[in-house]
Design a protein. Structure first.
Length: 107
């Protein structure tokens, strides 16, 4: 199973295993990672699963869609060039070792 490292604002690292085909958001929720609220349950309606993708990994992700792009304009913490919604990051074998930084808050 691919692993994902979630890095908290205090630099604490939580490494979790993810199922192929699941979203990074689901992997965080299943494994109890603090910092991912996911109010809409992964429907790309809220932006409470905002993450910053480590710059080494951003080019391996699928292109950002229009809906995700619009939602990222309303995140609780500042949108950056590497901002993504973790519900839109689908786990593939290529993403084994993915590093996602959590913002200070989601709401």
């Amino acid at each position: 199973m691919p692993s994902i490292s979630f890095i908290h604002p205090d630099h604490r690292v939580e490494r979790v295993e993810a199922e192929i085909g699941d979203s990074a958001m689901r992997a965080a929720l299943v494994n109890g990672v603090d910092g991912i609220v996911a109010e809409c349950g992964g429907s790309a309606l809220c932006a409470t699963c905002h993450v910053y993708v480590d710059k080494q990994w951003i080019s391996r992700l699928a292109a950002i869609g229009d809906d995700e792009d619009a939602l990222l304009d309303g995140t609780a913490c500042e949108r950056q060039a590497n901002s993504r919604l973790s519900c839109q990051i689908k786990i593939t074998p290529v993403l084994d070792g993915l590093v996602l930084l959590l913002p200070e808050r989601q709401v």
